[in-house]
Design a protein around this ligand. Structure first.
Ligand code: UPG
Length: 474
């Protein structure tokens, strides 16, 4: 039996979009190299409805230990300050992490502590890694191009006092070296544009620059331009490890949906889903319903209820009760589409994308959804809502020609919701384009092949993961 030589401590941030890929990354490492073990310290927030059941369902194995840390006390004012909330949470967790890691390293026969892997929003934990005199790597859960954007804007800020929040609601075009084309300020991430997120942006930029390496959930074959820039750039020569796509693709088992998909023609169904945090207001729900009916497309629509506005930020949507669903949709919609569509709550997304009946994905362009769609060769129609989804949509449509556009710059602010209404016509056009654009379909299929190959011997991600593991062991 191989002796465990080194152990890593993982600190994912609490959102499902971050937890899933971090945990899958941990599994990838221990499956690749039996000399390593990993302890994942799971932090929780009072805001999340999906996350607790998800984290409680992860079990420890011999070389993968999952420890659910206690939920700390967070005040209402912390909850309502989006820019500092996550930082407050991470700081509150520092003593717990310190205690757990002390116990780990002091326990008998414990392997050497090889380093910390901290989520991009947990970089204040790098200080704790320093206390144990071990390297700290950041796990960046979005694209290499977004990583390049953050590093570039942070450098401009440090060096020239450049303030990106002044660009909000302007048409300014920026040259960002990790993108081929000039980038409109309209598609910059909310955490770059919004004044109240500034503290979080600064902590992120500073944290990335302090890291001993940055692991990116992407792959060189997809983002060659951005990866090239990151390896050249003035980013303190931090090693970059694009090791993706890291996905959780085998766990869903929704027999009802699969049975329905089995009965649909090959490549005929449009799937609509807006991620773990995404929801739109009721007027917008009705426009989507009209577009679906007018397009005549078969569909599966993951429709969830927005959290109340203004009460909290970053709260997750919840499920509609059956009567609420009938009320929010146009009169008779469910009856009229009973043969051609399904409206569901939380979706078995990977299972749907993997199914041969699925033709296209109307997506918020969260990075995990983007990677899943590429992996399964399903083209996207872009409809970003939050965070860095607008820049992901821009990249997919304008840089990679791997998606069609419904919108690139739609934006929902957590506190005020969305003040734009996307009309049914525009949505319907996007759905038709998604079904008909053969060039986009072909590019996605080709990249799907690449996304599988990159993880195997000889692929770029396979070799970057090897490099990362070597740096821990040696
Ligand atoms: O009904 C649903 C909704 C989501 N998912 C899964 O949940 C994950 C969602 O991840 P992602 O697509 O990245 O969206 P978010 O949950 O919105 O993720 C957050 O984290 C991502 C990674 O940093 C960012 O790219 C996003 O902008 C940010 O909102 C994916 O694996 C989906 O398959 C389901 O299985 N069913």
């Amino acid at each position: 039996m191989t002796k465990i030589e080194s152990q890593l401590v993982f600190l994912p941030s609490p959102g499902i979009g971050h937890l899933i890929s971090t945990i899958e990354f941990a599994k990838l490492i221990i499956n690749r190299d039996h000399r390593l073990s990993i302890t994942i310290l799971v932090m929780k927030t009072p805001l999340q409805t999906v996350t607790p059941s998800f984290t409680d369902s992860i079990f420890s194995t011999k070389r993968l230990h999952v420890i659910n840390l206690p939920q700390p006390q967070i005040t209402n004012s912390d909850l309502n300050a989006p820019g500092s909330f996550i930082t407050t949470l991470i700081h509150t967790y520092k003593p717990y992490v310190r205690d757990h890691v002390t116990q780990l390293v002091n326990s008998p026969h414990s392997p050497r502590l090889g380093g910390f892997v901290v989520d991009m929003f947990c970089t204040p934990m790098i200080d704790v890694a320093r206390e144990f005199h071990v390297p700290a790597f950041v796990f960046f859960t979005s694209s290499a191009a977004s990583l390049g954007l953050v590093l570039h804007l942070y450098t401009l800020r440090e060096r020239d006092g450049f303030n990106a929040t002044l660009l909000k609601n302007t048409d300014t075009e920026l040259v960002i070296p990790s993108f081929v084309n000039p980038v409109s300020a309209k598609v910059l991430p909310s955490f770059v544009l919004n004044k109240e997120w500034e503290p979080a942006f600064l902590i992120l930029g500073e944290g990335l620059k302090k890291a001993d390496g940055i692991i990116v959930n992407s792959f060189e074959e997809l983002e060659s331009h951005a990866v090239h820039f990151l390896n050249l750039a003035d980013n303190n020569n931090i090693p970059i490890y694009p090791v993706g796509p890291i996905l959780k693709i085998n766990d869903d088992n929704d027999v009802v949906i699969v049975k329905w998909l089995d009965d649909q023609p090959h490549s005929s169904v449009i799937f609509l889903c807006f991620g773990s945090m995404g929801s739109v207001h009721e007027d917008q729900v009705r426009e989507i319903a009209r577009a679906l009916e007018d397009s005549g497309a078969r569909f599966i629509w993951s429709l969830r209820k927005s959290p109340p506005k203004g009460l909290t930020n970053m709260a997750q949507p919840t499920e509609y009760a059956p009567q609420e669903l009938i009320d929010v949709l146009p009169y008779g919609f469910l009856d009229r589409t009973a043969e051609t569509g399904r409206v569901i709550g939380w979706a078995p997304q990977a299972q749907i994308l993997a199914h041969q009946a699925t033709a296209g994905f109307v997506s918020h362009c969260g990075w995990n959804s983007t990677l899943e769609s590429i992996y399964f060769g399903v083209p996207i129609a872009t409809w970003p809502l939050h965070a860095e989804q607008q820049i992901n949509a821009f990249q997919l449509v304008r840089e990679l020609n791997m998606a069609v556009e419904i919108t690139l710059d739609y934006r929902v602010e957590f506190k005020v919701g969305s003040n734009t209404l996307l009309g049914a016509d525009k949505i319907e056009r996007g759905i038709r384009d998604l079904m008909e654009n053969d060039e986009v379909k072909k590019r996605v299929k080709d990249m799907s092949d690449e996304s599988r190959k990159t993880l195997t011997l000889g692929g770029c991600s396979y070799s970057h993961l090897g490099r990362f593991i070597d740096s821990i062991i040696n």
